[in-house]
Design a protein around this ligand. Structure first.
Ligand SMILES: Nc1nc2c(ncn2[C@@H]2O[C@H](COP(=O)(O)OP(=O)(O)OP(=O)(O)O)[C@@H](O)[C@H]2O)c(=O)[nH]1
Ligand SMILES: [Mg+2]
Length: 300
């Protein structure tokens, strides 16, 4: 048939150390805020599928937790396992680097990627923050020389610069194949999962400095009531003292979390949301394999 190319499909793992902008980049690539983001490392905890459907191709992006070292709790091991399993599963590796800072954690990710035989594309992110643009060229050639990627694309995920070029580079690598998802599907995760993530996003943004890695969120109640969505969220912490931090003086902190999460949920679901929040303690959950299973954090 003249003029019509056969459909293409690829799974692309978005990989890199924590905080380089993987989740922001996935959102920019699919043009939709699916993944939560924060200025603190180790925000993403799950493999999260985000689908981009084009008339002639479908790209399935996998957001992943930042690959990191030096922490040994069960949660940290699970996060690294999740990221690497997504990398193993994908057809293409998209490695995200921060143009301003490359360190030994990036180096470790690079070494792991060198053991992979699939096509590698590098996104050199946060170029909006690079004052001296002349530094870019030597960086690109050093990365090209060292890792031999199919292409390197300088981007700003935050300002959506270079995103079309990156998408085109990935589309060009996609093998022939039928779409695996309906054209309206953006993810395979439930609304309940996405709701829990929006609440956790606010907890991370507001409290990460005080509560590193010790909170997780579970949605207990998810009910549609006409044009209103009623949600109940449990914020799990590891100790009584942390519970007091999340609640804050006179409940002020929890109120801020609730208000901001509700606004975020209203834009996600496009309707009014009534959100109730509770804080509960589960001792040492982040180093407890059973608790990780309960919170869905052991999945790879
Ligand atoms: N200036 C600038 N900031 C960015 C850019 N991309 C991401 N960021 C910021 O970098 C921080 C981390 O972004 P995330 O997308 O959460 O990073 P991540 O790699 O997913 O982090 P983890 O999930 O913790 O591994 C956030 O504050 C983002 O707003 C960019 O292109 N420019
Ligand atoms: Mg992330």
């Amino acid at each position: 048939m003249s003029g019509e190319s056969s459909p293409r499909f690829a799974t692309i793992a978005v990989l890199g150390r924590p905080n380089v902008g993987k989740s922001t980049l996935l959102n920019a690539l699919i043009g939709y805020k699916l993944c939560i983001t924060a200025s603190k490392p180790q925000t993403t905890r799950h493999r999260l599928l985000g689908v981009l459907t084009r008339p002639d191709a479908q790209l399935a992006f996998l957001d992943t937790p930042g690959i990191h070292r030096g922490q040994t709790r069960a949660l940290n091991r699970a996060l690294n396992r999740t990221a690497k399993a997504a990398g193993d599963e994908a057809d293409i590796s998209l490695w995200v680097l921060d143009v301003l800072r490359q360190d030994e954690e990036d180096e470790a990710v690079g070494q792991w990627l060198e053991t992979q035989t699939k096509p590698l594309v590098i996104a050199l992110n946060k170029i909006d923050r690079l004052a001296d643009k002349s530094a870019l060229l030597p960086m690109l050639s050093a990365l090209q020389e060292r890792y031999k990627p199919v292409s390197i694309v300088p981007v700003s995920a935050l300002k959506t610069r270079g995103i079309d070029q990156l998408r085109d580079a990935l589309l060009a690598l996609a093998p022939a194949g039928e779409a695996q998802f309906d054209e309206d599907d953006i993810t395979d995760r439930s609304e309940k999962f996405l709701a829990a993530e929006r609440v956790r996003e606010q907890v991370v943004r507001l409290l990460r400095d005080e509560l590193p890695f010790s909170t997780t969120v579970e949605i207990e109640n998810f009910q549609r009531d006409g044009n209103l969505l009623r949600l109940g969220a449990i914020i799990w912490v590891e100790r009584e003292g942390q519970k007091a931090i999340v609640i804050g003086k006179g409940g002020a902190q929890l109120k801020t979390i609730g208000t901001q999460a509700r606004q975020s949920l209203e834009s996600l679901f496009g309707c009014k949301v009534h959100l109730e929040t509770w804080v509960r303690v589960r001792e040492n959950w982040s180093d407890d394999e059973r608790a990780l299973r309960r919170f869905g954090l052991d999945q790879i």
